[in-house]
Design a protein around this ligand. Structure first.
Ligand code: GAL
Length: 576
């Protein structure tokens, strides 16, 4: 009984606290119901991303192929290691097989930005600097990738790019970087709160306001509204701009187009926590962050320099961030845009061909980046980090397989870098790992020590099973297929996954993967796969079949195979 009373008391206290928060949030001009979305559906975008344009920077039209330092070397990287890896990439034939990016993961940076606030390489480990390293690798015929985080620091606590997006994009692009991985450590979610806006002023720089626009001059969208706020000098302010609740649109008329100062006058009471607004002027987004404050005055003046056209302009103010997914989308899109803009600018200034930068979103799948990644970048991690253990590879494969419909040409699901050749994976497991990544249309970023593929005589180890695995041409062709459609599950059969993907020339790739720790047999009627419309494979009484590991070719309607523990077979099937 006393337990029930205690529970009841807790529930009542919680309800009172909730109600008090609800009422005070509303009184301060915020929409409490909208704010709750952050808790109730954090991984859902409330910003209609489906209406946003695709990223399309003309990079990664097929899944990028290369090597990254992280899986094997972690923080122990240096100029010498990177250069010798590039030499090995070329000497082993990996470059000819399609692996062209040499990616420096975390720890390439010095903990100190330079005197101009620009990122710089570790001063001890990269003595000739990153630009010289990039040039040297470019001369060998390869491209270079760099890494940063969408946070205040990287995962290894080095300087990262949140708040420095344009500067860092400019720096790495000037250096000739062509791949940029953007992590999620030390991230800061954009606040969904919005200040109450008393007015906006437009002035020429250094001049007094030419035009002041008040709530009565605005058109309201959604729940946004003019509220009576006694403490404000005008007694009125625009509220309910928070968590995607609504927007206010002004249409000022300016005689001459050019640079202007836009001053936003806000009511401080609601800004005791951080808040955020987007000011969208004739389609261009300006972001404004309002700090927490203990200041004494009731109003704040926040200024930004904006571009206005002569004639009527459209100025929309709102905070569209309701959920974590909205916040991640905005931040990754910000960096993606900076990269795209800068590579265009550099090619224009130099009169050279554009070097687009592959933008690799490494957000670990938290805010479901497959929903918004194609609008912000070229590829997005689907899960947390991979390890050279079978359970990790299997789990990542299964999760990514389900996301097949989100990938498309130029925008890929990224199940993380390869562990082929790492840890204690067996030859069979290495082959299966590689096969599954090719079936998933995954970026093929090697994570092993490439220098070990060169013998003491300086010659590549042509017989190395690792080298043979990652240079299997027929498998790479599947991965790089121009249709860009990853595999989906066709059937599960006693611990065997049967997955398949359609290919550009009308063929299909079919893979049997034995998920169990025992040898398994399977017999499969190809017509069961052809019946799936996704494959676009004409059904037939006999198919041309090519097994891509054994190179065996035959005609059949039914394929029978024996599969080793964690083993697989991959077939290219043609119906004519
Ligand atoms: C992780 C990321 C890894 C690696 C590492 C570097 O967040 O998922 O792939 O980049 O950070 O610190």
């Amino acid at each position: 009984m006393s337990f029930l009373i205690a529970v009841l008391v807790i529930v009542i206290i919680a309800a009172i606290i909730f109600l008090a928060w609800f009422i005070s949030y509303r009184q301060k001009g915020g929409c409490p119901v909208c704010a709750l979305q952050k808790i109730t559906k954090p991984t859902k975008n409330t910003i209609p991303v489906e209406n946003e344009p695709a990223y399309s920077n003309k990079a990664a039209l097929t899944p990028p192929m290369g090597w990254s330092s992280w899986n094997t070397f972690r923080q122990n990287i240096s100029e010498e290691l990177i250069l010798s890896t590039a030499v090995a990439m070329k000497a082993t034939g990996l470059l000819d097989a399609g692996y062209k990016y040499i990616n420096l993961d975390d720890c390439w940076q010095s903990s100190m930005r330079d005197e101009n606030g620009r990122l710089q390489g570790d001063l001890e480990k990269f003595p000739h600097g990153i630009p010289a390293l990039i040039s040297a690798i470019n001369r060998m015929g390869m491209k270079v990738g760099l890494y940063s985080s969408n946070g205040t620091l990287t995962c290894e606590d080095l300087p990262a790019s949140l708040g420095n997006e344009v500067k860092d994009a400019q720096t790495i692009a000037e250096w000739g970087c062509e791949f940029f991985k953007y992590d999620f450590c030390h991230h800061k979610i954009i606040s969904g709160n919005a200040p109450v806006v008393e007015a906006i002023e437009i002035s020429a720089p250094g001049k007094s306001a030419e035009l002041t626009l008040y709530p009565e001059n605005a058109e309201f969208g959604g729940r946004a509204a003019a509220l009576n706020i006694k403490k404000l000098p005008t007694g009125k302010g625009i509220g309910f701009l928070n968590h995607g609740a609504g927007s206010a649109t002004f249409r000022p008329v300016i005689n001459t187009g050019g640079k202007y100062v836009l001053t936003i006058l806000t009511y401080k009471q609601f800004t005791r926590s951080e808040s955020y607004l987007q000011v969208i002027i004739n389609g261009e987004i300006y972001e404004v962050f309002f700090p927490r404050t203990n200041a004494a005055s009731p109003t704040a003046r926040t200024q930004l320099v904006v571009k206005l056209d002569g004639g009527t302009s459209e100025i929309i103010i709102k905070n569209p961030v309701a959920t974590v997914a909205d916040s991640s989308y905005i931040q990754y899109r910000r960096m993606g845009k900076a990269l795209k803009d800068v590579s265009k600018k550099i090619s224009y200034e130099k009169g050279t061909e554009e070097k687009p930068i592959v933008f690799s979103i490494c957000e670990w799948g938290i805010a479901h980046p497959w929903n918004w990644g194609a609008k912000a970048g070229n590829m997005w991690r689907t899960t947390l980090d991979i390890f050279a253990k079978w359970y990790s590879i299997h789990m990542i494969y299964r999760r990514t397989l389900k996301l097949y419909s989100y990938a498309r040409v130029g925008a890929w699901n990224d199940p993380d870098m390869l562990e082929v050749g790492n840890g204690k994976l067996t030859d069979e497991e290495n082959k299966t790992h590689f096969s599954l990544w090719c079936m998933l249309a995954a970026p093929l970023i090697l994570g092993n020590d490439l220098r070990l593929l060169i013998g003491s005589d300086g010659e590549p180890k042509k017989d190395s099973s690792i080298l043979k695995t990652v240079t299997n041409k027929s498998l790479i062709l599947i991965d790089q297929d121009s249709l860009g459609k990853p595999a989906k599950m066709i059937k599960k059969f006693h611990g065997i996954d049967i997955i398949a993907r359609p290919l550009a020339n009308g063929d299909a790739a079919l893979c049997f993967y034995n998920t169990t720790a025992h040898v398994k047999g399977i017999s499969f009627d190809i017509n069961d796969a052809a019946a799936d419309e996704y494959l676009n494979l004409n059904s037939s009484s006999s198919y041309q079949v090519h097994e891509l590991w054994s190179d065996e070719r035959f005609s059949a309607k039914t394929i029978s195979a024996s599969l080793q523990k964690h083993g697989c077979k991959v077939y290219r099937i043609s119906s004519n």
